[in-house]
Ligand binder design. Sequence first.
Ligand code: SF4
Length: 344
Amino acid sequence: MDKRFCLDLDLADLKKWCEERSVKPFRAAQIYDWLKKGVTDTSDMTNVPKDVRTMLGEDFIFGGFKVLQKFVSEIDGTTKFVYLLHDGNIIETVVMRYNTGLSVCISSQAGCKMGCKFCASAKAGFGRSLSAGELVAQVTVSQKLMGEKIRNVVVMGIGEPFDNFDNLLRFIELMNDPEGVGMGARHITVSTCGIVPKLNEFAQLRSQVNIAVSLHAPNDAIRLKIMPIAKAYDMKTLMDSCREYTKLTGRRITFEYSLFSGVNDSIECAEELAKRLKGMLCHVNLIAANEFPGSDFRRPDKKTVEAFRKALCDRGINATLRREMGTDIMAACGQLRRGMENKE
Ligand code: SF4
């Protein structure tokens, strides 16, 4: 059987392991305490006997999460960690400071298969999906490095979380576990490019986790040009699924809409989008496109962005412009990973 990553374990798993390995039961809580604190190296578990640490290392994957690079924005303190995983894969995790405290944007996969045309992660190719524990570790290890509690998690970094569905669900379970990290579901946001069957499945769970859908277009013609997932699920199918989600969960859905100059930023686009979303329990998060080397997309000017937002609001759609964080350290998803892999 494949070895599990240490943070894939919960307290019950560790208790079972102690029993199997004839280790005193109270060691389970000690080990779990270290894991929750973001310790992924057995040698740091100072109150655990050496022979127990050796056994842990034999049975589970420890290590990884080595900080390859750390970037701190001079503008707003946004901190980006580039982590090297135990098998050589590289991921990015970004910690942002808001009035409500620290928020972390985590990756769900090393790379992404979805191929969105405007995304740096897509250009860097796909490595593998991350385990549930590797999602948790991005929170706990980053929290340890920041020396401050992380209040909110957004699964919006590299990868498509619904393409790693089972591990995503296990991650949510581990985060919610009062014996574990103990973070409430409402403090977690999952962002998907719109894998409809998984969105439907997620809705059935009636989870309190927030959902954000990357829409980026008001119609199929534009979405098809920028997001290959639109070939699998057209706009109507996606919108029906979103409406169903809001009905089943009673939760508002967020639509992420990046504005690309001359592509999807006209007033006509805003009008069409408003018609599509009319009556839905939703919110539109507008983002002026991130430009990065090799991208074909340009950022619209401030006037265009504001006119788009106003056109939505005038038609009764709740829309805000997302505050940009860490622009000086290229905080948008996948940019550093790509840069580093190019170097290698
Ligand atoms: S935008 Fe998200 S879903 Fe699309 S390629 Fe990038 S990481 Fe994947």
